[in-house]
Design a protein around this ligand. Structure first.
Ligand SMILES: [Zn+2]
Length: 239
């Protein structure tokens, strides 16, 4: 089982860990703790490097498997041994861009729900850009500039982003979480991690976010597509 350090500190760029096990066929290692985000919830995984003893391994893919996080080592050569001491370093430029992008998408989600009552059905992101799909019957091209102005107002407010890990029963008491389909969470999950943009948005979410909406900077709506009468897709980009 890997302890997920990014869940409580998304600004952790470097960390120390122990190699818990090695999967030679996949050239992957499982660490006892990690700051690498393994991907999920629309946010791609982190990249970076792992130093074990005197060898530096580029990490070019990270994946969750059950309770473990697998770090795939890009270089050839001998793999580290279980029990070794490791030091991980994230590709911080990529990760920070993903944090700003992810928070920008939550600002969009919260603003569109507050102003138009439209719910998100899906999304995707890369560093610096992303999209959300909405059930948003009244959406039309003319609203794009209005929504863009609103989300930038929210970003510039400097709203705090609060992350909490709650017992399942407690999370289920929060009315705001119900709309984000928290009730679809698998039975076995005992705790729910919530990400709140104070005063704007609250979601069950496993991703990494900035701590203040000011860090997002300017958000541009770069495209909008109607995918039918109900389903609308909004594309954003940040600098
Ligand atoms: Zn999210």
């Amino acid at each position: 089982m890997t302890q997920l350090l990014y869940q409580t500190d998304s600004y952790l760029k470097e960390f120390e860990a122990k190699v818990a096990s090695v999967l030679p066929a996949e050239r992957a290692v499982i660490l006892d703790r990690t700051a690498f985000y393994p991907g999920g919830g629309g946010q791609p995984c982190d990249f970076g490097i792992l130093m074990v003893e005197d060898t530096t391994y580029p990490v070019d893919k990270v994946k969750k498997q059950g309770d473990d996080v697998l770090h795939f080592l890009a270089a050839d050569g001998p793999l580290p041994s279980p029990g070794s001491f490791a030091r991980g370093t994230l590709d911080w430029a990529r990760r920070y861009q993903l944090m700003r992008t992810h928070t920008a998408l939550h600002i969009l989600c919260g603003t569109v729900f507050r102003d138009y009552g439209a719910l998100v059905t899906g999304g995707e992101m890369e560093p610096g850009k992303g999209r959300l799909d909405f059930e948003f019957e009244t959406m039309r091209g003319e609203l794009v500039r209005e929504i863009e102005a609103s989300i930038n107002r929210e970003a510039a407010q400097g709203r705090e982003i609060r992350v909490r890990i709650l017992p399942r029963e407690e999370a289920f008491q929060i009315p705001d979480l119900i709309r984000t389909k928290i009730n679809l969470l698998p039975q076995g999950i005992t705790h729910v991690r919530t990400v709140e943009i104070v005063g704007l948005d609250l979601q069950a979410d496993g991703g990494t976010h900035v701590r203040d909406t000011n860090e997002v900077g300017t958000i541009r709506i770069v495209d909008y597509k109607s995918k039918g009468a109900i389903n609308k897709r909004i594309y954003i980009a940040i600098d």
